[in-house]
Design a protein. Sequence first.
Length: 250
Amino acid sequence: RARFVDEARIQANLVHRNVLSVRDILELPGTTAIVMDLLRGLSLKQYFKRAGLPLSTRRVLELFIAVTDGLDAAHTSGIVHRDLKPSNIFLHSDGDRVVPKIMDFGVAKHQWIELTEQNTATGTVLGTPHYMAPEQYDDASTVDRQADIFSLGVMLFEATTGRVPFDGRRPASMMASVLTRPVPKPSGIQMDYPLQLEEVILRCLEKDPMDRYRNAAALREALLEVAEAEGREEIPCDEVPVPELEALGI
């Protein structure tokens, strides 16, 4: 319950078009409830499965420019998500637009809000193995926004290649893969993407947090530069004009 309430408190302090909004916390007899916006559509994970990977360069840029905009709002508010993955990004249908929204802040930490002690004890490992930054395997209580940048890099890698950069059947082998193996180049798997986009992905996936983008705003700017170089300056910053997604269930 404490973690549940923490999640509500964190999201209630974050208002952005690309983040799922929390409207209220209800303390009812025997239960606690979070009142959130009603979303219609499907998760990015479901979209990956239905649309098939890899995605086009344009679709990758449309989706992730919007996601980085929401993440920038979170980081600016002092929030580190710590569990970014495709199932925690929701593609909400809003008329003829699709608005990506970050959700599920259940293991997030806030720089300025005092959370319950059990949220992140020292030495705790939190996150989803395939999307966790190397430093998260050591101590989740000390990670900062660069861990979220790594997780976004994994999603970008997956969207452009159809696979995650690191894999392992067991937690120990997964950890060894993330900590010790070099990041494969997306161009070695798929050759249809601009080199500049590959450079963005590889920088997100640097093992040393200091070598990654300093924040989501810097990553968003890098993606916008890719869009401009590709002649796609018209890509919106917070939504995706993709009416063809109706065929996928949105």
